[in-house]
Design a protein. Structure first.
Length: 161
């Protein structure tokens, strides 16, 4: 009697493709998921111009690479739009994070700091475009600039330690 050779083991790609087919068959996404998400995003920030992160010495976004809660230090972020630049400096000392910001141009500009899970904080720039908040709430945040021209601009989400 001749021995039957064992069937070759499937590759990782073959296994992942089989899992993807099974998942698509048993739990497909709703047909209108992509269009629904895009519509929701458009309605959420319909009139907000998103500023671009230009330079940072820290990670931007809601993930924090290696920062431990309570870690002290300072972080700077710089954002730019067609007609405005925003400089933010976050300094964490003990349990408090101080936010200093500069808007160029920005004398007397109104802004709002929105932090997930906290009430929005209204801010007004001084005659030099400087904003300050002695104790900023912790978490995922963005700075919204309320322009006198009716335009609203906002930074992408950043993390306040």
């Amino acid at each position: 009697m001749s021995a039957v050779p064992p069937a070759p083991e499937p590759t990782d790609e073959q296994l992942l493709a089989a899992v993807a087919r099974l998942w698509a068959a048993l739990d497909p996404p709703p047909a209108d998921l992509a269009s629904g998400v895009l519509a929701r995003l458009a309605a959420e920030d319909l009139d907000v111009e998103l500023l671009t992160l230009v330079e940072t010495d820290a990670l931007s976004g809601v993930r924090r690479g290696g920062d431990e809660p309570g870690e002290e230090g300072s972080w700077t972020l710089e954002y730019a739009g067609p007609d405005v630049r925003v400089y933010l400096r976050l300094v964490r000392i003990e349990e408090r994070t101080r936010l200093d910001g500069w808007l160029v141009p920005g004398a007397g500009a109104e802004a709002r700091l929105e932090v997930e899970g906290a009430d929005p904080v209204a801010l007004r720039a001084d005659e030099h475009g400087r904003l300050e908040l002695a104790a900023a709430p912790h978490g995922a945040a963005r700075l919204v600039l309320l322009g006198e021209d009716g335009r609203t601009r906002a930074t992408p989400t950043f993390w306040i330690p």
